[in-house]
Design a protein around this ligand. Structure first.
Ligand SMILES: *Cc1c(COP(=O)(O)O)cnc(C)c1O
Length: 398
């Protein structure tokens, strides 16, 4: 690899488009531009392409094609589910979510709270796990919906959503999972689960940005967030983003292939990186180390550093990673996820997240393993210079 090559270890923020996805999308940007709702055969190509994408995604999710509604992103999917669940249920008074949800669930829930709906945010332990007993106790007679993410975007910690969905079904409460970080990373089979709604987003698994989907179980009622034409079987108005939906379908097919071929390259890169960092850097800890995690994420807290300074230095070495979630970079706020895991500690300001994908290489992992320990060392020298030594500026890369 060349020195100026970017080492992209921020695949939970977004991912590179798979070249096979671009190839599949292009004809629908150039040639087959018909509106899938038009009746003539020229537009039939687009309509057929939507059907194929729906089938491919259904195969990845282990559900029926009719249970999929395409949306503009993961955020829209989350908003649509939360809005639908509350409009349909006359109880409409209480929602339960975890304290470590993505802002695309947290913010709509906070908005509900402003409008008079009670919201309980269930906390997590030091490893990032929710206590199922506590979750069950949080459900009340007037609870409409429980929303718990499948995998946390900052730590990669997995939640037992199938079990949680069972608990909800017993209590006749709707269950939604924000699975944006799980889809394409772990095997999923929605058939026979009690999950009512699931949200996903294409750009987190090598598809294009600006397209996502909601799974709505066929026995669950759904009221659209976006009203308009009868697209998506009347469940999401607006002319379909055909090329992007085609890309989402292809990305789903590629993810199915990767897992059915039993490939484990992502997990082995992540594990090797994590082990080597723990061995070479003192005062490093893996957030969520004791929990089940998706195979691509390493979230560390490093003693004696500030995440924001580390990101600056790593950027000079052309290493892309993040402190907590990408959506917060630039805001000075510490990670709400790491804070929820350790409310009394300061780990939330010292976090760095590295997230891998099948497009990373072993050479890139090697390079990151050279740079990261040096950067952490440098930052610690700056923070606590040995007496007599000149204080070197953080602005100078080691
Ligand atoms: C990225 C992400 C989202 C938002 O998806 P967009 O398609 O970018 O709107 C929601 N939830 C989680 C857990 C995410 O990681």
């Amino acid at each position: 690899m060349t020195d100026d090559e970017i080492i992209y270890l921020d695949n939970n923020a977004t991912t590179q488009l798979d070249p096979a996805v671009i190839e599949e999308m292009l004809p629908f940007l150039v040639k087959h531009y018909g509106n899938p709702s038009s009746g003539y055969s020229f537009a039939g190509k687009a309509l057929k392409a939507l059907d194929l994408a729906r089938e491919r995604l259904a195969a990845l999710l282990g559900c029926e094609p009719s249970e999929i509604v395409f949306t503009s992103c993961g955020t829209e999917s989350n908003n649509a589910v939360i809005s639908s669940a509350l409009q349909y249920d006359p109880r409409g008074k209480h929602v339960v979510a975890s304290a470590v949800e993505h802002s695309a669930v947290l913010r709509p829930c906070q908005d509900l709270a402003k409008r008079g709906c009670d919201v309980t945010f269930v906390g997590v332990d030091r490893d990032g796990n929710v206590d199922l007993g506590e979750l069950e106790e949080a459900i009340r007679p007037e609870t409409v919906m429980v929303s718990i993410m499948w995998a946390n975007n900052e730590t990669g910690v997995l939640f037992p959503v199938e079990k949680i969905a069972e608990i909800c079904r017993e209590k006749s409460v709707l269950f939604h999972t924000d699975a944006v970080q799980a889809i394409g990373k772990i095997p999923v089979r929605l058939r026979d689960t009690a999950i009512n709604f699931l949200s996903l987003s294409a750009h987190k698994f090598h598809g294009p940005k600006g397209v996502g989907a909601v799974y709505v179980n066929r026995r669950t009622r759904f009221r659209p967030l976006i009203l308009g034409g009868g697209q998506e079987n009347g469940r999401r108005g607006g002319t379909e983003n055909v090329a992007s939906i085609v890309g989402l379908g292809k990305a789903a097919e590629r993810a199915s292939q990767y897992s059915s071929e039993g490939k484990t390259h992502v997990r082995s890169m992540r594990d090797r990186f994590e082990k080597a960092i723990l061995e070479t850097v003192n005062g490093a800890a893996v957030n969520g180390a004791g929990a089940a995690r998706i195979p691509n994420t390493s979230s560390f807290s490093f003693e004696g550093i500030e995440s924001s300074a580390a990101l600056l230095l790593l950027d000079r070495h052309r290493i892309c990673c993040s402190a907590g979630s990408a959506c917060r970079t630039g805001s000075e706020e510490a990670s709400h996820v790491l804070r929820a895991m350790d409310p009394s500690g300061d780990g939330a300001r010292r976090g760095l997240r590295f997230s891998f994908s099948r497009f990373n290489t072993d050479a890139q992992v090697d390079r990151a393993l050279e740079v990261v320990p040096k950067v952490i060392e440098k930052l610690r020298q700056v923070a606590a210079p040995a007496s007599g030594s000149a204080v070197s500026s953080v602005a100078t890369a080691p």
